[in-house]
Design a protein around this ligand. Structure first.
Ligand code: SF4
Length: 377
């Protein structure tokens, strides 16, 4: 079953230079017709939806939807499936696409959390990334988010940008803290194939941060943000007490979620779990929805072994770690039985630590998380 909804809006004003997400500039009518397609999809999949604990509008740039479109969409969803009264409903907003009037209207439509894609407070880096907004526009957008009375706001920042120094990164973090959001997500730049960055910055480019500098930036974020009262509750996420992202936490806890829209991924809690995604183009998606035969693409029925591995590496992403008893209740065997030597090695290397019945990543383990997770595959 699904207890969370992810809604993918695959449209952007223009493609950013580093972006490998499924997003494009909308063609004529695509943005206008999209909410209706989403609603038709909800109706197709509604029978597998439990009372919804969270909805996340991501993209792409979901803030390109007009507030009235989003209001109608949320009304339509609520008329089709049950949304819990305390549901967290997040809208990703690009600072270049919102103003006080639209933000107030988004709040009235039912959005209760904004995730603002700031990425950097330095115009040089924003230009390098190909973002459509300046740092001043991000600050204005943040002020307007507050003026619209959103009490739960997250900022995204990226480190290890081409040519970025540790001091510049420190300044970025200080700007973010000064705005006093409830939540901050921090990502290290990865140069993805097929992006403009992949041409501009080959792997051996001297402009890219090396592993040591990236590690220093990761550790500096931990140091500054925890000193400022944020809890480092997941590898890439920091929150004021009580302000963790509930929707994203659901991903790491393996809650079932239904992905609506072009290329949206879903996780069905059935058996050991089923992962699948929607068709990757607007045309294929439209055809599937309109015909009532929306294909599941890349369907993966998890085996017991795959589900146990997922439980470990998703659970370890969170500072709460993996409760060994909970694992045993879920799978009928202990993690030590299945991963004994891997766990012992990782503890010896200082990447994992044990507190009572909980297994946790150390800060160094968070930094080298891909190497840790590979041991559970
Ligand atoms: S706004 Fe986000 S999704 Fe759109 S192109 Fe830029 S990084 Fe990609």
């Amino acid at each position: 079953m699904f207890s969370r909804l992810y809604v993918h809006v695959p449209f952007c004003v223009k493609k950013c230079n580093y972006c490998a997400f499924v997003s494009n500039t909308p063609r004529e009518n695509e943005l206008a017709e999209y909410p209706d397609l989403l609603l038709q999809e909800v109706r197709l999949r509604a029978s597998a939806v439990e009372p919804v604990a969270s909805i996340y509008f991501g993209g792409g740039t979901p803030s390109l939807l007009q507030p009235y479109q989003l209001a109608r969409l949320l009304e339509g969803i609520a008329a089709t499936v049950e949304i819990r009264s305390d549901a967290e409903i997040t809208l990703e907003a690009n600072p270049g696409t919102v103003d006080l009037i639209s933000l107030k209207a988004f709040l009235d439509a039912g959005i209760n959390r904004i995730s603002l894609g700031v990425q950097s407070f330095d115009d040089h880096f924003l230009d390098c990334l190909g973002r459509i907004h300046t740092a001043a526009e991000s600050r204005r957008a943040f002020d307007e988010v507050r003026a619209a009375r959103f009490g739960n706001v997250s900022l995204d920042l990226i480190h290890s940008l081409p040519g970025q120094s540790l001091d510049q990164w420190r300044t970025e973090l200080r700007h973010a803290v000064a705005l006093s959001p409830e939540h901050i997500s921090i990502y290290g730049l990865t140069v993805e194939d097929g992006t403009l960055f992949a041409h501009r910055y080959p792997v051996d480019s001297p402009d890219l941060a090396d592993d040591d500098l990236s590690a220093d930036m990761f550790e500096l974020a931990d140091e500054l943000l925890t000193a400022a009262g944020f809890e480092h509750y997941e590898i890439a996420n920091y929150a004021r007490p009580g302000c963790r992202a509930r929707h994203n936490s659901g991903y790491w806890q393996r809650d079932g979620y239904l992905g609506l829209g072009v290329a949206a991924h879903s996780f069905l809690r059935e058996g050991y779990g089923v992962r699948f995604c929607n068709p990757g183009t607007v045309m294929e998606y439209r055809q599937g929805v309109v015909s009532g035969q929306l294909a599941r693409v890349d369907t993966e029925y998890l085996t017991l072994d795959a589900a146990m591995a997922e439980y470990m590496f998703l659970g370890l992403r969170m500072a709460d770690g993996v409760d060994l008893h909970a694992f045993e209740r879920e799978f009928g065997r202990s993690p030590e039985t299945r991963y004994g030597s891997a766990i012992a090695d990782l503890v010896r290397l200082g990447l994992l630590t044990r507190k009572g019945s909980t297994l946790l990543l150390t800060l160094r383990g968070m930094l080298l998380s891909n190497q840790v997770f590979a041991r559970f595959l």
